[in-house]
Structure formats: C-alpha cells, structure tokens
Design a protein around this ligand. Structure first.
Ligand SMILES: Nc1ncnc2c1ncn2[C@@H]1O[C@H](COP(=O)(O)OP(=O)(O)OP(=O)(O)O)[C@@H](O)[C@H]1O
Ligand SMILES: [Mg+2]
Length: 326
C-alpha cells in the first residue's frame, strides 16, 4: 500500500527521515513531484550536504526556485550559515542591547559572546521560513528532506535549545527591568523586550506545528537490513519521546521477484527483515518500494518513484501490495 493521507488539505508539512543513504532525499523529492500535480508544493532541504539539486538534476540553492519541467513545484536548500548571519544582522542591536544593559560584560566580551554560534538557530530559521510562508498561504504543501537520523532529531529538538538561550537572555533582562523599576518606579518595554517576546512566540509556534499530527507528519524511511531497522527503532522512539508519533514507514530497496539466483537469495534475506519490521512496528503503516536497477535521478525516474510511493493507482503498487500482505 502506498503512503496515505498526503493529500489531506490540513496536512501542510511532511518530513522524511532515517539512516544515511536509505533514500530520504529520493522519497522527499519524488513525493514533491507527485504532490505538485495537484498542490503548489515547496521542497526544502535542511541537510547541510544538500542533494535536492543532484536528485532533480538542476541547481536549486538558497533562494526559492521554480523547478524546471514540473509545474507547481518549487525548491529551496536552506543555508544555515546564511540564516545565522541574516539573523544576527536583523537582531544585532537588540541582542547587544540586552547584553550591554544587563550584564557586567565589557564591549570585547559582548562581541565574543555575539560571535558564538547560537544553539538551534539554523534549524529554527529553517522552520521560520516555513512558518512565514505558511502564514502568507504561499504553498499548499511543504516537504522537508532531512539529514541522517541524528541531524533530523536535532532539527526537531533544537527549538527547545534555542528556547533555553532565549530564557537565559530573558532572565538577565528581567534583572535589568527589576533595577530600573525599583529606582524609577516604572519600566517601559523596548525593542529588546519585543525581540525576546517574538523569539519566544516563534519557538512556541514551531513546537506546536511539529507536534500537530494534522498539520505535520514525519515519515520514516528504512531498508530491509538489520542496522537500518535498529536505527529506525531508535529514531521512532526518540521522536515519540519528543511528542512526534511516526505513523508510516517506507521500506525502500526491496528486491522484486526474479529468476536470478542472487536476487532470490537477497529477497529471501529481505523478507526476513520485512517481517521483522512489520512485527516490531506493528502499529505503523508500511510502504514497500522496489530497488531499481539504476539510481533514481531526474524527472522521469522521480515521477515513477513518486507513483510507486504515493499513488493508489500505479501498477507497481499491486505487486508491492502482494508483498505487503505476507
Ligand atoms: N529504490 C531505489 N532503487 C534504486 N536506487 C535508489 C532507490 N532509492 C534510492 N536510490 C538511490 O540511492 C542513493 C541514495 O538515495 P538518497 O540520496 O535518496 O538517500 P538519503 O537517505 O537521502 O541519503 P543521505 O543520508 O546521504 O542524505 C541515490 O543515488 C538514489 O538515487
Ligand atoms: Mg539525502
């Protein structure tokens, strides 16, 4: 059975995640190609080693570009360094003001604190881009191609870390407010306070979006091999601890029935792992995708892959259904 629910109008954000090399980018990009037939879709990559461009066979980069050859599909490869420097340029005055008025740091110390990286900021900036576009109703669907497991978890849990950073700034700001209020009798919030409040609101909004199962879905991608299953298990558990329930799992690289002896052997081995996956993740819906003789690259391949992955009507689906039924 193919992936379900992708066309639900409430579902806006779809993330694909899993172990390195299992087919996350291929699933994300081909789902984008598939959904663009009916929805205005934006494909985003938060993987520092961007491969959307390679998969599509065209250069994307860090500003939203229309994908050539596919109507309604747009893509963006988020550049974390650029996002960080834009953030610092936009809010430099406010952050410096907080550190300057509320701490004993001298100018040099403030500059060195300011030049440190801010935990979780690049991930948050990625989501901020999505939230801003969502607020404006720019796209119907947003699909995120994440980096391998550890990074995907980072992506989802980093807003919490940034929240810690904001709280730290808020705390030192609060002391400043207290002193001003004590001596002058009143305190008028300024731009630095607005900045803290807005950041807090944004992190909260991101957390709400990620955990809202109607608006956001995290789809696991795995292959029928022992190490991949173990890593999938850890990923699903960590996501669940964080409040994100994975409901569907793609099992990629499944061998098609064949007369070749080598392929039969591989398939036999895979069947063992496929039944293990089904037992281990009995409450998840699984979608099998066949291993192709060549890598999946360019529009034709992506289109076929997308149909097998997400379309109810594709011929391949009936074959996959047979395997699924075992
Ligand atoms: N079903 C398949 N049949 C044949 N080749 C596939 C299949 N799925 C993916 N591939 C190929 O396998 C390679 C790895 O796929 P992909 O880049 O999607 O994996 P990934 O999980 O995103 O990897 P990374 O963790 O490095 O980001 C690519 O060359 C892709 O074309
Ligand atoms: Mg990838």
């Amino acid at each position: 059975m193919p992936l379900i629910g992708l066309k639900e109008s409430a579902l806006k954000l779809i993330l694909f995640g899993g172990k390195g090399g299992v087919g996350k980018t291929t699933c994300a990009v081909s789902t984008g190609v598939f959904l663009a037939k009916e929805f205005k879709t934006l494909l985003l990559s938060t993987d520092p080693a961007h491969s959307i461009s390679d998969s599509l066979g065209q250069q994307i980069g860090d500003s939203i570009k229309e994908v050539k050859g596919i109507k309604n599909l747009w893509a963006l490869e988020i550049n974390a360094d650029k996002a960080l420097s834009e953030f610092k340029t936009e809010y430099a005055k406010e952050i410096r003001e907080i550190l300057d008025t509320s701490t004993n740091l001298d100018k040099d110390d403030i500059e060195s604190v300011f030049s440190l990286s801010i935990p979780g900021l690049d991930e948050v900036m990625g989501f901020k881009t999505v939230l801003n576009l969502m607020d404006k109703g720019e796209f119907d669907k947003y699909i995120i191609d994440t980096a391998p497991t550890g990074h995907a978890l980072r992506l989802l849990t980093m807003p919490q870390l940034l929240d810690g950073w904001i709280k730290m700034l808020a705390k030192i700001r609060w002391k400043y407010r207290y002193i001003i209020k004590t001596f002058s009798g009143r305190y008028v919030p300024d731009k630095a306070d607005d900045f803290l409040l807005n950041m807090k609101k944004m992190v909260k909004k991101i957390g709400e979006l990620i955990k809202d199962e109607n608006r956001c879905e995290f789809i696991g991608v795995t292959i029928p091999e022992d190490m991949a299953i173990q890593e999938t298990s850890r990923l699903i558990q960590s996501l669940s601890d964080y409040g994100v329930e994975v409901k569907q799992l793609v099992i990629n690289n499944v061998m098609e029935p064949s007369d070749c002896k080598f392929c039969r052997e591989r398939r036999k081995e895979q069947e063992k792992y496929i039944s293990r996956i089904k037992k281990k993740f009995a409450n998840l819906k699984t979608t099998l995708v066949f291993l192709r003789p060549r890598e999946v690259k360019g529009m034709n391949d992506l289109n076929t892959f997308g149909l097998q992955l997400a379309s109810q009507s594709d011929l391949q689906t009936s074959l996959a259904s047979k395997l699924n039924a075992r």
